[in-house]
Write a protein that binds this ligand. Structure first.
Ligand code: SF4
Ligand code: SF4
Length: 444
């Protein structure tokens, strides 16, 4: 293990992390509810088309939806059951999405999976297994994993970076998987190295997770060979340490240009939980239909790290954990910095849901915003070196389409600027508005 603590050079913030609410919570499988809502548009790219009809009986792991044209991945039944409807479900980010409703057959025994040797498979065969298992990047926008593992022609990839930073406050799902399943995460990394035909893997973990660093270091040592040189890199606790460009700079020293791709700099990044899902797809032949989700905040009776089936409704999770507290003020899907507030609990878990936060009034900011006082703190905090203050002022003056010069399209909406603003200005919302105005103008 390299004891040097690494970080990215520009901007960043240190919000309270609230991770102690769930950091010690062992991953707990949640009993499957009576029905699941499987949204057909689970990820970036083309949504699935259903391959089942009402009243069809499906087995655990059976195909429910697939993408025949364009970028996408298939969707599988997380349990055995009967299709009770093809309808629309509330979507965590879009308003609604076509979905398959599965009535769960509780009498069916859960399927068991046996590990098999994947070492004789070619890169294309490994990629195909990942594709067929329906894996998308976990915790982010959900980019199909097999596409990310197909670098553009001409790019010379030499390093795999595994993202174990989990820098968003409250979140501990990756942390628990690194402690409880380091063998599977590291084997997933070896599979990715084999696909890419490279040997170097650097795993970045923030140093507020010494137990994960220890577990992953010991496993990396066991699985390191001439074909897979896996090294754990300790990162400073600083948000957004897990953002792709910042992570690459922290662990490799390479700076990815604002419009550039990691592959342009010889790097592919995958999340540690995605690496584990890749292990399950390749070694166990298990489709990606369940995931670890952190349920936290002072507004839930019992915070937990739950293994839940994709399609489980948030309200069923709340019931399982004993309900919400009287002080509950806001429910957020994802982390508090980059997540989305939701107004209903009738929302299903998707492949990209990393956490659900039940926040009380003292955990959120309810102050009204005021004018920019030109203090410059947002500029200092921005890890991309942008000018969010100017973007905000322009948007308020209905000139969002004139903000390219301040870096609007380079913003990845980390929220550092809004966090430090003494005037409580909703800078990320301003930037989203500017982006949509710029996109509208580009579309003519
Ligand atoms: S949200 Fe955008 S502008 Fe604000 S700090 Fe993050 S990258 Fe910079
Ligand atoms: S932090 Fe807020 S008040 Fe200060 S310059 Fe940025 S937008 Fe203006």
């Amino acid at each position: 293990m390299n004891a040097t603590v690494l970080t990215f050079p520009k901007g960043g913030i240190h919000p309270p992390d609230y991770k102690s609410l769930t950091a010690e919570m062992v991953i707990e499988p949640m009993p499957t509810p009576t029905s699941l809502e499987l949204i057909l548009g689970q990820h970036i790219g083309v949504p699935c088309s259903p391959v089942v009809a009402k009243k069809d009986k499906v087995a655990e792991g059976a195909l429910v939806g697939e993408v025949t044209k364009g970028m996408g991945v298939p969707l599988h039944a997380p349990v055995a059951g009967t299709v009770s409807n093809l309808t629309e479900s509330a979507h965590p980010i879009q308003v609604s999405s076509p979905s398959v409703i599965l009535r769960v057959n509780k009498k069916e025994e859960p399927k068991s999976y046996q590990s098999s040797d994947w070492s004789g498979l070619s890169p294309d065969e490994l990629r195909e297994k990942i594709h067929l298992a329906g894996i998308v990047g976990i915790g982010g926008a959900g980019f199909p994993a097999h596409v990310k593992l197909t670098p553009p022609p001409g790019s010379k990839i030499d390093t795999l970076v595994l993202n174990g930073a989990e820098c968003e406050p409250y979140l501990t799902a990756d942390h628990r998987q690194m402690i409880e399943h380091p063998d599977q995460v590291i084997e997933g990394a070896r599979i990715i190295l084999s696909i890419l035909g490279i040997t170097e893997c650097l795993v970045g973990i923030e140093n507020n997770k010494p137990d994960a660093i220890a577990a992953m270091s010991s496993e990396a040592e066991k699985q390191t060979s001439a074909e897979a040189r896996i090294e754990i890199k300790t990162l400073e606790v600083k948000y957004p340490q897990g953002a792709e460009k910042q992570l690459i700079q922290s662990v490799t020293g390479r700076r990815v240009a604002s419009q550039g791709l990691p592959a342009d700099h010889g790097v592919i990044v995958q999340n540690v939980s995605t690496a584990r899902a890749i292990f399950e797809a390749v070694a166990l032949d298990k489709p990606y239909y369940e995931k670890v989700v952190t349920i936290s905040g002072k507004g839930i009776a019992r915070p937990a790290n739950l293994l839940v089936k994709v399609g489980t409704l948030v309200k069923d999770i709340v019931t399982h954990l004993g309900g919400t507290t009287e002080e509950l003020a806001k429910v957020v899907l994802g982390g508090p910095m980059m997540g989305f507030a939701v107004s209903t609990l009738d929302i299903p878990i998707t492949k990209t849901t990393s956490s659900i936060l039940f926040l009380t009034r003292d955990e959120i900011d309810t102050d009204l915003f005021s004018n920019c006082i030109r203090c410059g703190r947002c500029v200092e905090a921005c890890p991309m070196g942008l000018q969010p203050n100017e973007i905000g002022v322009y948007v308020e003056a209905s000139q969002g389409e004139n903000t390219t010069k301040f870096g609007t399209m380079e913003c990845f909406e980390c929220g550092c600027c809004a966090y430090v603003c003494p005037s409580k200005r909703p800078l990320v919302q301003f930037i989203r508005m500017a982006k949509s105005q710029l996109k509208r103008r580009a579309a003519g």
